[in-house]
Structure formats: structure tokens, C-alpha cells
Design a protein around this ligand. Structure first.
Ligand code: CTP
Length: 407
């Protein structure tokens, strides 16, 4: 069955496109997929061709394009395309397409492909908020997820016309990241399907006056990698992010905060029904005791007033002690400069979390870099070293260890 040589050894991706205005954004996804070495067959629905024509898809993919099962019948494309795919991604997926996929209807080539595919399937829905929230669509999405498909949550923002709300197609670059992660993990089942995970990321800022704050150098990249990889593994993800300037990962609910107190409120609220909470944010341990409502001015001949600090709540210790939901897995991070493992073990005990990702702060590691190296300590005594590599690889190892501990 699988393995037609036409992919030339490249991973074979089927890009399904259904009939929504966001179809034009799938051109960007297609370009990213082909430029990164994937062999892409585009299978648009007939209504998608009203938005972007077959010539565009064919030129960008280098393959013929058909939407009906009656083209090239001798090659049995309605069976072959799905069987030989390593990944099927439907972007945009309309409410109608999700309904047909959920019910196994197969009136055209794309829906036939979905029935014959045995590889991971990703849907990136785009529709008006009312359609996304309709009980019929909710039920169809739940059915698809229960069968192992990854359905990316739509983004919020401006929709076609004057409306705004949830329903936008996520950024094609982020859909591409989900596809890349799923392909990198092989045909593994999306093992976080049905789970809700909360990830905190970035670094908090503690204001001194309207223009100044105490902050830290966290870029948020590790937390974003955790959110992105969890979404690619099928989880519903809430990302509580403090002051990071990174694009929203696809399919992730993003809550923006600034201070440690705001981060605490947002994490505790989201943690109520979460299966796992990962505290990757660099939370300020202290904040200025006073906030000046007007800008603090220098005064000639006077030394500046000292800044008095007070403790911030320790969010990780608090949720580890309270466990808002039974069986919840809680993960902390520790950046250390000396006695890395000994300090890490001590911190794991003090914080009371289940896993602690300990990394040594160094020149090319941690802050702002694309790569990381760590040891993940577990409360049961296990130690998992993660070699120097992309932050996404570390993120996947964290989710592997979380998954093992979920009830
Ligand atoms: N953390 C938190 N709330 C805080 C401070 C930290 O939830 N007020 C979390 C971080 O998100 C991280 C972990 O705790 O997951 C480790 O934080 P760190 O500041 O390194 O630990 P501390 O207990 O402050 O230890 P030390 O100052 O001795 O390094």
C-alpha cells in the first residue's frame, strides 16, 4: 500500500483545502512545506477552487490537482493519495468539511482521502465564531479528536467582514510547525488528545513607576516550544505568557500577563481543569514594595531613594501544594549556575512539583537561544538527561515524562 516512489524519499504530505476565504493562506503553508523538503499533493474541494484556482496549487506543488474522484480514474487516486501519505493537513477546514469528515461522508477526492489515510491527520479550522461554537461543530470536532485527529483551535481576531472573534485560520507558519512536529514524531498517536495543559512562559515585569520595571532576560522560547509541541500532540493548551515577543503558536489559547501576580491569577484560573501545568516562566521572586504613580524624577544633589522589595507569591509551590485537580502533573523549571543537580534536587523537594527541568545557565544555553540542555528530575528519583539540542526536543521529552505520569 504505502510507499509509492513518487515522493522521491521525501515525506509525503496531502494538503486538503476546503472552501473558505482563508484558502489563500494555504498557499503560504504549501510553500513552507515544499521548501522544507516535503512532497505535497494539494487536494482542494470544488468550492475551494472558487477561492484559489487549480493552476496555483499545481504550480506551487509541482503535481496535478483534482478535486473529484473522476479524474485519472485508472490510478485510483481516491484510495492511493490517502494510503501513501505520511501526513494529511486540511487548512482551512470549514464547518462543512469537519462535518463530512466526522461522519465519514466521501462525496469528493478530499473526503475519500481522509477515509483512506492511516497517517496522522491535522485539521486547521477557519469559520465564523457562531459556526465554530455551534453544538454540531463542537460535536464533530470532539468526534474527530476522539479518533486521534489533531484539530487546531482557530485563532481569535478579525474575521471576514466586520466581525471579530474566534475562528481565524492560525498563522500558516504555525500550522507548518504543527505539521513538522507531527512528522518528526513519526506516526505516533497524538498522545495528549483530550488533555488540557497549562504552560507559563516569558518573564514577568514588576513595575516601579509608569515607565520602569524590574524584569529578566527570559525570551519565552522554551515555554512557546512546550505549548507548540503539546498542541501538535493533540492537547488543548492554555499559554499564559509574560512579555514575550513571539508569534502565537497555532491552536493555543494565549493569555497575556505582565506581573507575577497577574501570572498567578491566570495560571490558577486555567489550572482548575488542567491535566498538567508546566511553569516555564521566569517569575520575579520580588517586586518593589511601592509603585510610584508618577515617573520617579532625579533630583539635583540628591542620592536616589533605595528600592525596597517584597516577596512575590511562589506560584509553582502553591499549585504543587494545592493540586487544583486530582492526578495533575506539575512541572517546574530551574536555571542554576552552580551545583546544578544538588540545587535542582533541593528545589524539587521545596517546590513539591512532580518534575523539575534543571538547566545550567551558560553562554549558549537558556536565555534567548534556540537550543537547551537539561536534566529532568522526577519526584520518584528518576533523572532524565536531555542532550544539547532544540528547545522543542526538550519540550517533547517533558511531555513524554508528563504522559507517563498522567492517570
Ligand atoms: N516560580 C514560581 N513563582 C515564583 C518564582 C518561581 O512559580 N515566584 C517557578 C518558576 O516558574 C520555575 C520555578 O519556580 O518553574 C523555579 O524558579 P526559581 O526562581 O529558579 O526558584 P527559586 O525558588 O526562586 O530558587 P532560587 O531563588 O534559590 O534560585
Amino acid at each position: 500500500m504505502a510507499g509509492a516512489a513518487d515522493g522521491g524519499g521525501k515525506p509525503r504530505v496531502v494538503l486538503g483545502v476546503s472552501g473558505g476565504i482563508a484558502a489563500y493562506k494555504a498557499c503560504e503553508l504549501l510553500r513552507r512545506l515544499t521548501e522544507s523538503g516535503h512532497d505535497v499533493r494539494v487536494v482542494p474541494t470544488a468550492s475551494a477552487l472558487n477561492f484559489v484556482g487549480a493552476a496555483t496549487w499545481s504550480a506551487l506543488s509541482g503535481h496535478p490537482v483534482a478535486s473529484e474522484v473522476w479524474s485519472d480514474v485508472h490510478e485510483v487516486p481516491h484510495v492511493r493519495i490517502g494510503q501513501s501519505a505520511d501526513l494529511v493537513v486540511v487548512a482551512p477546514a470549514t464547518a462543512d468539511l469537519l462535518a463530512r469528515a466526522a461522519h465519514g461522508l466521501a462525496p469528493d477526492l478530499l473526503t475519500n482521502t481522509l477515509l483512506t489515510a492511516r497517517c496522522p491527520v491535522v485539521f486547521a479550522p477557519a469559520m465564523h465564531t457562531e459556526m465554530w461554537e455551534h453544538p454540531a461543530t463542537r460535536a464533530n470536532v470532539a468526534t474527530l479528536r476522539s479518533r486521534g485527529a489533531v484539530v487546531i483551535e482557530p485563532a481569535s481576531g478579525r474575521l471576514t467582514g466586520a466581525d471579530t472573534g474566534k475562528g481565524r485560520l492560525p498563522d500558516p507558519a504555525e500550522i507548518f510547525e504543527v505539521c513538522r512536529r507531527i512528522l518528526a514524531r513519526g506516526a505516533a498517536e497524538p498522545d495528549l488528545t483530550g488533555r488540557h495543559v497549562v504552560v507559563s512562559a516569558g518573564g514577568t515585569r514588576e513595575p516601579l513607576d509608569p515607565v520602569r520595571y524590574l524584569g529578566n532576560r527570559s525570551s519565552g522560547k522554551q515555554g512557546y516550544a512546550l505549548a507548540r509541541t503539546a498542541a501538535a500532540r493533540g492537547a488543548r493548551v492554555t499559554l499564559v505568557t509574560a512579555n514575550a515577543s513571539l508569534p502565537d503558536p497555532a491552536g493555543v489559547d494565549v493569555v497575556r500577563v505582565e506581573t507575577a501576580k497577574q501570572l498567578r491569577t491566570a495560571v490558577i484560573e486555567a489550572a482548575g481543569d488542567a491535566d498538567a501545568v508546566v511553569m516555564a516562566a521566569a517569575v520575579a521572586d520580588f517586586r518593589p514594595s511601592d509603585y510610584a504613580t508618577g515617573k520617579i524624577k532625579k533630583k539635583d544633589g540628591q542620592e536616589p531613594a533605595p528600592i525596597v522589595l517584597v516577596r512575590n507569591p511562589d506560584i509553582l509551590a502553591e499549585i504543587s501544594a494545592e493540586r487544583p485537580r486530582a492526578g495533575q502533573v506539575i512541572v517546574g523549571f530551574a536555571a542554576e549556575t552552580d551545583d546544578v543537580l544538588a540545587n535542582g534536587r533541593d528545589k524539587l523537594r521545596r517546590k513539591g512539583c512532580d518534575l523539575l527541568v534543571v538547566n545550567e545557565v551558560g553562554e549558549r544555553k537558556t536565555f534567548g537561544s534556540e537550543a537547551n540542555e537539561a536534566v529532568i528530575l522526577a519526584s520518584d528519583g528518576a533523572e532524565t538527561p536531555v542532550p544539547y539540542g532544540p528547545k522543542e526536543a526538550l519540550a517533547d521529552t517533558v511531555w513524554d515524562l508528563v504522559t507517563l505520569r498522567l492517570p
